[in-house]
Ligand binder design. Structure first.
Ligand code: FES
Ligand code: FES
Length: 172
């Protein structure tokens, strides 16, 4: 066992992990952050996507040991049930989900996309989310949701930063 420290959703956390423990399992099993999902064993679905130091990453492809000292943002750090992030509001308003299993990863990837490109075209949205698979909704409403969130976030300058998002604790 190794003892690591990392910031998760703005709070310092200490966790004991084995060298083989994946970040997704540390988040879910050690910290109870079950909004980060496991949808495959091939690193292809994106349900496990989180932000590591502000950049989206599939947490099933990273050992927990590798993120020691890093800042991790999960879906629980993006918004709260009484203070949804604009991306969460847009997924709800535009029917961007059905079962919701892919949704945390989709939202994290979409937030990362808008940080890099606040006004993406539909093609750029599709490209930005190509690492995230949805087995039930179809992607049209998801693209519409990201487009709506981008418009809402541009309207409410200054844009939401990762630091702001990380300060809003909550679950999904
Ligand atoms: S669980 Fe990580 S990509 Fe599918
Ligand atoms: S909403 Fe069900 S997998 Fe995407």
């Amino acid at each position: 066992m190794a003892h690591i420290q990392l910031d998760v959703n703005g709070a310092r956390q200490s966790v004991d992990v084995e060298p083989r423990t994946l970040l997704v399992h540390a988040l879910r099993d050690k910290l109870g952050l079950t909004g980060t999902h496991v949808g495959c064993d091939t690193s292809s679905c994106g349900a496990c996507t989180v932000l590591i130091d502000g950049v989206s990453a599939k947490s099933c492809t990273v050992f927990a040991l590798q993120v020691e000292g890093s800042a991790v943002t999960t879906i629980e750090g993006i918004g709260a049930s009484d203070a949804l992030h604009p991306m969460q509001e847009a997924f709800w308003a535009q029917h961007g989900l059905q079962c919701g299993y892919c949704t945390p990863g989709m939202i994290i990837s979409a937030v990362d996309l808008l940080q890099r490109n606040p006004e993406p075209s539909d093609d750029q949205i599709r490209e930005g989310l190509e690492g995230n698979l949805c087995r039930c909704t179809g992607y049209e409403n998801i693209v519409r949701a990201v487009r709506a969130a981008a418009a809402a976030m541009r309207e409410h300058q200054p844009r939401h930063s990762v630091a702001e998002m990380s300060s809003v604790a909550g679950g999904s």
